[in-house]
Design a binder for this molecule. Sequence first.
Ligand code: HEC
Length: 134
Amino acid sequence: MKIRAASVLAVTVFVSASLFAQNGKKQEVSFKNDVFPIIKAKCLPCHAEDNFNPSELNMDSYDQIAAGGKHGVPFKVGKSSESLLIQKLAEKPPFGDRMPLNSKRRIQEGKAVWLTEDELKAVATWIDQGAKNN
Ligand code: HEC
């Protein structure tokens, strides 16, 4: 157990350190390579154009995301904390449920799927760097 905990810690430290190094160099987060794969895995199951989603926010492409949903464009360029795309991922979103939507039962059983800290950081950094179609 101790060895496993130590190696998990080592990996965490390594990942944080390399992220820090990247941020230090202001490496650009790419919509195509970094952000869209997260959206595809965790948002498109409900936010694809073919789905019926009451929010009217389709995320199949950059242009569709930028077109926005019921509450308008989900990102504020340069300001992740004021962006719905980030606010809806928080434990207490400004309206509706925390994204990605999980059933109450899954949340109660501790089986809910949320974004990992690295995924959150990627989306927030992408918005802060200009939410570009890069
Ligand atoms: C299981 C289905 C499901 C998944 C997966 C899901 N959503 Fe949603 N989403 C919804 C539903 C239903 C609503 C409307 C109700 C609400 O706002 O809570 C919504 C609303 C939203 C809105 C509000 C849009 C508006 O203009 O009203 C945003 C932003 C959003 N989702 C972002 C995301 C993101 C980002 C992901 C992936 C990390 C995601 N959602 C994953 C079902 C889902």
